[in-house]
Design a protein around this ligand. Structure first.
Ligand code: ADP
Ligand code: ZN
Length: 374
């Protein structure tokens, strides 16, 4: 079995990320390696789409290996990142007599990872948990230790920084992902290239077909490099005081589109895809160059992602206003991550709102058909 390994360097809380095809079949071996003993109860948390596909097999393997394991299935969808679901899982865990030594397994995408991680971070003041990501997007959310649930007044408002014991990324589970989840997930993979590694951007361009077809070894290589970039950034700045902000490339624009769409018309990946094109255009204006927007846009379009906001119904002013309500906007200053060049991002403080409006107002035509000027 081909397996790639990464370490997230966080001192005492350092942990491994294992990536490979078919890893979940070996779950018991991994648990042993992580010193999880048979007397530690296990709670597997997953959702109603992933559960029927992968949970039974996993539960059987755990039980065959002598573990006492329970599973809890939440309805698929962002709605499950709620205080109500949190409360119900807590009740279940208490009734099943989980204790301070128990372990939580989070089998799923961002929703399950965030919810199960938050449960783990607070149950009896915190118990260990392992991320078992099943989406491409989760290469991002499962690394870095941000766990949270939503409040009716906003997303991810209740949460903490809590690192998992390990991330076990079985790429075999990705085969059942809907196509839109695949392209959306690659938006975040590509982002990691844009902000950090121009060669990786080229590689993603060359291997688009294999990546979107989830073909090995390309798939594991893409996820490995994207996770690696994230771990490098996170290890330098666990609590987001400095360079971790670079991970927000395209996100201030993207969050505005997601919010304006009521979190239903665009996926996170689609929203940041459009955001990354706009941020690239803004980078050209700020750094006075003309060679960023077209390659950014073309690569995202090649991965079947939306690259223009022009067919969305929001005015530039509305988008700008939403951007100001983003969590990352500190004291009314618009701080945006821009591309200094391909593969190198930079946080630019206090960007003039006029420049942002200007980029937002550029007709879709000018953004869509502009060709590189030499
Ligand atoms: P993310 O935030 O990582 O995109 P979500 O938790 O929002 O992940 O999951 C996206 C959707 O894909 C959900 O409907 C979820 O149930 C479904 N899903 C997640 N993993 C798989 C999988 N491996 N196969 C099929 N569907 C999946
Ligand atoms: Zn994101």
């Amino acid at each position: 079995m081909e397996m790639k390994e990464l370490t997230v360097h966080l001192g005492e809380r350092a942990y491994p990320i294992w990536i490979g095809h078919g890893l979940l079949k070996k779950i018991a071996t991994f648990l042993e390696q992580l010193h999880i003993h048979q007397n530690q109860k296990i709670l597997l948390i997953t959702d109603s789409n992933i559960g029927p596909l992968y949970a039974d097999k996993l539960m059987n393997q755990l039980r065959e290996s002598g573990y006492v394991a329970f599973s809890y299935i939440v309805p698929a969808g962002e709605g499950s990142k709620s205080l109500e679901q949190y409360d119900q899982i807590m009740t279940f865990a208490i009734e099943k007599k989980l204790d301070r030594h128990s372990l939580i397994l989070a089998l799923g995408g961002g929703v399950v990872g965030d919810l199960a991680g938050f449960v783990a971070s607070t149950f009896m003041r915190g118990i260990p948990f392992i991320q078992l990501p099943t989406t491409i997007l989760a290469h991002d959310s499962s690394v870095g230790g941000k766990v949270a649930i939503n409040h009716s007044l906003g997303k991810n408002l209740i949460g903490s920084f809590y690192q998992p014991l390990a991330v076990i990324y079985d790429t075999e589970t990705l085969s059942t992902l809907p196509y839109r989840e695949i392209t959306s997930g690659f938006a975040e993979v590509i982002k990691h290239g844009f902000i950090w590694d121009a060669e990786f951007v080229q590689w993603l361009d060359q291997h688009r077909d294999e990546c979107l077809a989830l073909q090995e070894p390309f798939l594991s290589k893409a996820l490995h490099r994207a996770c690696e970039i994230k771990t490098i950034v996170v290890a330098q700045d666990e609590k987001e005081h400095g360079i971790r902000a670079l991970l927000n490339y395209g996100h201030t624009f993207g969050h505005a589109f997601e919010a304006l769409g009521g979190y239903s018309s665009l996926t996170h990946g689609e929203a940041i895809s459009i955001g990354m094109v706009l941020a690239a255009k803004l980078s050209e204006e700020i750094y006075d160059r003309q060679d960023l927007m077209v390659p950014v846009r073309n690569l995202l379009a090649k991965y079947d992602l939306p690259v223009s906001h022009q067919n969305l119904s929001w005015s530039p002013e509305e988008v700008l206003e939403k951007m100001y309500s983003d969590k990352k906007v500190v004291a009314e200053n618009l701080n945006l991550v821009l591309l200094r060049e391909m593969g190198q991002a930079e946080l630019v403080k206090n960007v003039s709102p006029d420049k942002v409006l200007n980029v937002l107002m550029k007709g879709g035509d000018s953004l869509d058909t502009e060709s590189p000027r030499n």
